[in-house]
Write a protein that binds this ligand. Structure first.
Ligand code: ARG
Length: 379
């Protein structure tokens, strides 16, 4: 059939990725340029007085940070391309714009990093997450040119967007941050386990990076950016999957990919500092999975890069090229050595300059195509 929309010279695109480890064929890599220190909103507090961004202020992230991050992102692209992986980059977008919906007005957006937060690829489907911050509500737009190109050139691709949230004041617990900071660590963890955090259950909210893909099983972390209704939406949406809600002992849970990271069938890397639900551990052990406690990160909270809001555990935020080959941040010597001993080929890549833009190697990428089909690793 000639539809007129298929470009006959177009390369073959196949959206297909069921897990985090099958051989990688095509990947999206984010960009730092244009990223903003977000203007105030109920979901987050930014306060960097020493960097010229005291609480309440906002603006473009300083050029020297952007240039350093983009250099490392471009370098990652070269390394992936050398390994035969096709890489796509989002186009420029003006994130400094003020944006609004009928319910609110937000003085700035954020950036096209990290793409992992916005897009979930599950099998042949690309799902745009709801997101749960006003500054990130419009972020899908910077990935749309790529998504539309995939859609035009892939006859099987499913393209979905979760219901756009209102993010009105009702979606956020009032004065949450002030109250939360006053709690003891034990009290915080009770709230984490119950997912009684900044988000209310007014509407489904989730970030894609709270989903971890293990073939037929999807694990969804309830967090500061994913609520119970968000989990319910994901569970009802992916009917052919077993979808599990999980929590960890993490005072500021946000995105599962520095906490519980699959390496290959039967082996998952776990941030030991963030104890998992006993039920989750039982599920893995019952199915003969090895749970590997990740080695110590190279950084401490005190030595993180300027303006980074991530934790030192980006050390385990890695990107698998296949079951044996893993890209890891180059200064994470202990993590590298551990993976080496487990028999993986580690590709070291400098990446810590990307942290101020929201993450590490897994966050900054979205695998669009990996070989392989849906399999059940927990039969
Ligand atoms: N919030 C995590 C941590 O600091 C980092 C994970 C970021 N992941 C992402 N997809 N943006 O430990």
């Amino acid at each position: 059939m000639k539809t007129g929309i298929i470009d006959s010279d177009a390369e073959k695109i196949k959206v297909n990725s069921w897990n985090e480890w099958d051989p990688l064929r095509r990947v999206m890599v984010g960009r730092a340029k244009g990223t903003m220190v977000q203007a105030p909103e109920p979901a987050i507090i930014r306060d960097w007085p020493n960097e010229g961004f005291p609480k309440g202020s906002y603006g473009l992230v300083p050029d020297e940070l952007v240039d350093a991050a983009d250099e490392q992102l471009d370098n990652l692209v070269k390394i992936l391309e050398k390994k035969g992986v096709k890489v796509d980059r989002p186009s420029d977008f003006d994130f400094a714009q003020e944006v609004s919906t009928p319910d609110w007005n937000q003085k700035s957006m954020f950036g096209c990093m990290p793409p992992r937060d916005v897009l979930a690829v599950v099998g042949n489907e690309i799902l745009e997450a709801t997101m749960s911050q006003r500054s990130r509500w419009h972020e899908y737009l910077c990935y749309r040119p790529l998504i539309i190109n995939y859609f035009k050139n892939d006859s099987k691709m499913k393209w979905e967007a979760a219901p756009k949230p209102r993010l009105s004041d009702e979606s956020f617990n009032k004065n949450f941050w002030e109250k939360y900071e006053k709690l003891s660590n034990e009290e915080k963890l009770i709230k984490v386990r119950e997912n009684d955090l900044i988000l209310t259950d007014e509407e489904p909210l989730f970030d894609a990076a709270d989903i971890s893909r293990f073939g037929k099983d999807l694990f969804v972390q309830l967090s500061l950016v994913t609520n119970k209704l968000g989990y319910k939406w994901i569970k009802n949406h992916f009917k052919d999957h077993r979808v599990h809600a999980v929590t960890f002992d993490n005072y500021y849970p946000q995105h599962i990919d520095a906490t519980f990271v699959p390496l290959k069938p039967g082996m998952v890397l776990h941030c030991g500092e963030r104890t998992a639900d006993p039920e989750l551990i039982r599920y893995f052990e019952k199915n003969d999975w090895q749970i590997i406690k990740a080695e110590k990160p190279s950084k401490t909270y005190k030595t993180l890069p300027r303006m980074s809001f991530c934790s030192p555990w980006l050390s385990m935020n890695l990107l698998s090229i296949d079951q044996n080959t893993i890209v890891v941040e180059e200064s994470e010597k202990m993590q590298i050595e551990q993976l080496d001993k487990l028999g993986f080929n580690v590709v070291p890549v400098p990446f810590w300059d990307v942290a101020p833009f929201g993450g590490g190697l897994h966050c900054a990428t979205v695998d669009i195509e990996r070989e392989g089909e849906m399999e059940d690793y927990f039969p």
